[in-house]
Design a protein around this ligand. Structure first.
Ligand code: ARG
Ligand code: GLU
Length: 701
C-alpha cells in the first residue's frame, strides 16, 4: 500500500512539475526567471524587461482596448496589433461604399488617419505588491463576504492614492493566487488612438474561421494604429491639435528571421487561465459546459452563415459578431478534446489523492473533499448561468430593448443617447437572424434545462404559445424594435410603451429571475469556493515546494512567457513544421471562397516574385511561425521578441490541439501562432504601398 502511494506520488509530481515553457510570469518578478531565460538564449537582463527607473521593454507594450495587446514600433507612436483586435474599429469605418474591412485601409499621411472614439491603450507605469495594505484590518474570524468588503474598501484607497500621482492614470488592484497576494497595477491611459492601416480581410483574416485555431496557418493578422497625445506627451481626448505620442521605448524590428529552436519571448496581457482548479471543475468544463455551449453556438452560427452567404450587406453587418461567436465555439472544441486526451481529470484526481494524504493534520486537511462537495452544489447554478448567457443574453432585440429602457428609466431623458443607441444597433442588425436564433436556442433550452431552473415567465409564455417558434413570431412582430422607423419615432413621452414592449419584458423577466434566483445562490457558493481555493492554492504551493515553480493565473495583467520556435506532431505519422510561407497562401487561394479569395495584387506579386527584401533563406516570403510560449486570449497582438529583444512577429492565436493550456499545459501540443514581422512589412510595402511606415521603424538586418 505504502509503495502504491509512493509511486502515485512520484507520477503526479513528475506531471505537475512546471514543464518546459509553461508559465505566464509577472514582469516585476522576472529576476526569478532570468537565469533560465538566459540559459535558453536570452541576451538581455531582467531590468531590460521591466524597470521603474529606466525605460524598459514594458514601456513599448500596451493593453489595447480591454482585451488585446499592442506594441510600439516607432518613435512617433506607431502601434502594431492584430487585425482581429482592430476589427471593431475597421468595421466601424466601413460601409458598402468604403469597405475597409474587405479592401483594406492605408492612411497615406497622418492627416488621413481615422479617429476611434472609445478606444484606449494603457501603458503599465508600475506594478507593486500591496498585499499588506489590502488586508489591513483583516481578522481570521471574518466571513468571506466581510473579507471581500474589506478588500474592496482598502483597494479603493490604494487606487485613489496611486491615481492622484498624475494625469491620465488608471489603477486596479488584482488578486493573485486566489487572494493570497494582491498587486497594484498603475496604468497611463491614452484615448486618442487613430487607425493607420489594415490589410484587406483576405490577408488580415485569411482563412477566416476555417483556419482559425489551426496550423498550417497563413494569416497576416495585423493592423496599425497611432497614439496621439497633447503637446506635453500626456493623455488627452481626441483633438485635431494632438500630436503623435513619443514613447519612452519602442521595439526595433528584426528582419533577420527565425529558425527552429530560436528563443522567443512574449510580452502581453493574457486574459484568463485556471491552472490550479479541482478535477471536478475540469470535468464540468470538458464534459458539460463546453459541449452544451458548443451546441448552442453551432445553431446560431449556421443561421448567421446562411444569411451572410446571401448578402454582402449582412456579411459586413455580422462579420465581427460572427467571428466572436465562432472563435470561442471552436476553442471550446479543442479544449474539451485536449483535456480528454491529456487525461487532465484523472491526473488531477491522482494529485488530489496524494495532496489529501499529505494534508492530514495540517490546515489543509479536508480541503479537497470540501471542494468536491461544493462543486456538486454549484454545478446546477453554473449550468443555468451558461444557458442564460448563451441563450437569453444573445437575443439582440432584447438587449436593445433593455438599453433603451435604461435611457427611459434614467432621471433625465437623454434624446441623444436614444438616437445613437438606435443608430448603432440598426447599422448592424438583421432581424431574420435574430428571430431564427431565438427559436433555435430556446428549443435547446427547453430540452436541456430542468424545470426548476426555468422561470415561471418562461413557462407561462410556452403555455400561451405552445412553441418557441410561435412565441418568436409574436415577439418579433409586435415589438416596436422590430420596426426601425417606429423605434426611431420614440419620444420622451413613450416610457409606457418602452417598458411594456415584449422584447423588454422578455429581457427584464429573465434578468429579474436570474438576479434573484440564480445569481445570489451561485455567488454565495462561489464565495465559499474562493475561500477554499485560497487555502488549496497555498496548500498546493507548500506541497510542491522545490518541485514546481508557480505562476499566478492570468487575469489580464502584464505577463512574460518564453519558449522557442518549434513544430509539433498533432497525431500519429504527422509532423508540422513551425513556419509557413506565401507558397501556402497560394495553395489555399480560392476566388470562390470569401475567406481564401486573396487580392489580385498578391497573385501578381507571386507570379513575378516581386518580393523585395522580405524573403527567407529559401527566397520565400515567410508568413507565420509556431513557438512554445504559454499564451491565451488577450495575448492577441502581443510582440514576439527574439533573444536580442527585437520584434520578430506578432502573436495572434494558438493551435487547436493546445487550447487546453488555459487549464493544463502540454509541451508536446501547446503552440502559439505568430505572423512573421517580415510578412507584415511585405504587405505594408507591396500591397498597401505604404512604405513610408517602414521608414518610420528601426529595422535590424
Ligand atoms: N483565435 C484567435 C483569437 O482567439 C483569432 C480570432 C479571430 N479570428 C477569427 N477567425 N475569428 O482571438
Ligand atoms: N486570438 C487570441 C486573442 O485574441 C489569442 C489566441 C489565444 O487564445 O491564445 O487573444
Amino acid at each position: 500500500m505504502k509503495k502504491l502511494i509512493l509511486s502515485v506520488l512520484m507520477a503526479a509530481a513528475v506531471v505537475l512539475q512546471a514543464r518546459a515553457d509553461e508559465g505566464m510570469w509577472l514582469p516585476s518578478l522576472v529576476k526569478q526567471r532570468i537565469g533560465d531565460m538566459q540559459a535558453k538564449g536570452f541576451k538581455l537582463s531582467a531590468d531590460d524587461i521591466y524597470s521603474i527607473n529606466k525605460a524598459s521593454l514594458k514601456d513599448a507594450v500596451v493593453l489595447f482596448g480591454r482585451g488585446c495587446t499592442g506594441e510600439l514600433i516607432s518613435s512617433q507612436g506607431l502601434l502594431l496589433t492584430n487585425h482581429h483586435c482592430g476589427a471593431g474599429q475597421i468595421q466601424a469605418h466601413s460601409s458598402v461604399e468604403h469597405d475597409y474591412l474587405k479592401d483594406g485601409f492605408w492612411a497615406m499621411s497622418q492627416a488621413e488617419e481615422l479617429a476611434n472614439p472609445g478606444l484606449t491603450v494603457s501603458f503599465l507605469e508600475r506594478m507593486e505588491d500591496v498585499t499588506n495594505d489590502v488586508l489591513k484590518g483583516y481578522k481570521s474570524s471574518m466571513s468571506e463576504a466581510e473579507r471581500a468588503a474589506l478588500v474592496k474598501k482598502n483597494s479603493e484607497k490604494i487606487i485613489k492614492k496611486a491615481t492622484a500621482e498624475g494625469n491620465g492614470l488608471r489603477a486596479t488592484v488584482e488578486a493573485l493566487f486566489y487572494g493570497n497576494q494582491y498587486f497594484l497595477f498603475l496604468y497611463r491611459e491614452y484615448k486618442d488612438v487613430r487607425l493607420v492601416a489594415a490589410p484587406p480581410s483576405s490577408i488580415g483574416s485569411f482563412g477566416g474561421d476555417t483556419d482559425n485555431w489551426m496550423w498550417p496557418r497563413h494569416t497576416g493578422d495585423f493592423s496599425i494604429f497611432r497614439i496621439y497625445a497633447d503637446k506635453d506627451n500626456n493623455p488627452a481626448a481626441y483633438s485635431p491639435d494632438n500630436v503623435p505620442y513619443k514613447p519612452k521605448r519602442h521595439f526595433k524590428v528584426s528582419v533577420k528571421g527565425v529558425n527552429e529552436g530560436d528563443f522567443t519571448f512574449i510580452y502581453g496581457f493574457p486574459g484568463k487561465t485556471q491552472e490550479y482548479i479541482h478535477s471536478d471543475a475540469v470535468k464540468y468544463i470538458a464534459e458539460v459546459s463546453d459541449p452544451h455551449k458548443i451546441n448552442l453556438r453551432t445553431k446560431r452560427l449556421d443561421i448567421q452563415n446562411k444569411y451572410m452567404g446571401e448578402s454582402q450587406k449582412v456579411r459586413i453587418q455580422y462579420s465581427a459578431k460572427n467571428a466572436n461567436v465562432a472563435n470561442a465555439w471552436k476553442k471550446w472544441q479543442g479544449e474539451a478534446k485536449g483535456i480528454n486526451k491529456m487525461k487532465t481529470v484523472a491526473t488531477k484526481q491522482a494529485f488530489e489523492k496524494e495532496f489529501d494524504v499529505w494534508a492530514k493534520g495540517t490546515e489543509y486537511e479536508g480541503v479537497v473533499g470540501k471542494l468536491a462537495d461544493l462543486y456538486a452544489a454549484i454545478e446546477p447554478y453554473n449550468f443555468a448561468a451558461d444557458y442564460y448567457t448563451e441563450t437569453v443574453r444573445t437575443i439582440e432585440l432584447a438587449t436593445l430593448a433593455s438599453n433603451v429602457a435604461k435611457i427611459y428609466n434614467a432621471k433625465e431623458f437623454n434624446a441623444g443617447a436614444l438616437k445613437s443607441t438606435l443608430a448603432s444597433f440598426y447599422k448592424d442588425y438583421y432581424l431574420p437572424i435574430d428571430k431564427e436564433s431565438f427559436v433555435a436556442v430556446m428549443e435547446v433550452y427547453e430540452k436541456n434545462m430542468s424545470d426548476d431552473f426555468k422561470p415561471s415567465y418562461y413557462k407561462d409564455q410556452m403555455a400561451k404559445y405552445g412553441s418557441a417558434a410561435a412565441w418568436a413570431e409574436e415577439l418579433f412582430t409586435t415589438s416596436i424594435y422590430a420596426d426601425q422607423t417606429l423605434a426611431e419615432a420614440l419620444t420622451a413621452e413613450d416610457k409606457e410603451l418602452v417598458l411594456n414592449d415584449p422584447a423588454y419584458i422578455f429581457f427584464n423577466e429573465y434578468s429579474k429571475w436570474y438576479n434573484s434566483e440564480i445569481l445570489p445562490k451561485g455567488q454565495a457558493l462561489n464565495r465559499d469556493l474562493q475561500l477554499l481555493y485560497r487555502d488549496y492554492m497555498r496548500g498546493q504551493m507548500e506541497f510542491m515546494k522545490g518541485k514546481k515553480d508557480f505562476y499566478p493565473d492570468a487575469n489580464l495583467t502584464l505577463r512574460v512567457a518564453y519558449g522557442n520556435v518549434k513544430g509539433y506532431s498533432p497525431s500519429d505519422a504527422v509532423y508540422y513544421f513551425p513556419y509557413s510561407s506565401l507558397k501556402g497562401v497560394m495553395e489555399k487561394d480560392n476566388p470562390e471562397i470569401f475567406d481564401y479569395d486573396i487580392p489580385q495584387k498578391l497573385r501578381d506579386i507571386y507570379a513575378t516574385k516581386d518580393y523585395g527584401r522580405w524573403v527567407n533563406q529559401n527566397g520565400e516570403v515567410p508568413v507565420c511561425f509556431l513557438a512554445t510560449n504559454h499564451t491565451t486570449g488577450g495575448n492577441s497582438g502581443s510582440p514576439v521578441i527574439n533573444a536580442d529583444g527585437n520584434l520578430i512577429g506578432i502573436n495572434f492565436d494558438r493551435v487547436w490541439e493546445g487550447t487546453m493550456s488555459d487549464i493544463a499545459f502540454d509541451p508536446d501540443f501547446c503552440r502559439n501562432i505568430a505572423t512573421d514581422i517580415r510578412y507584415i512589412l511585405f504587405v505594408i510595402e507591396k500591397i498597401g504601398g505604404a512604405g513610408y511606415l517602414i521608414d518610420e521603424m528601426e529595422l535590424v538586418e
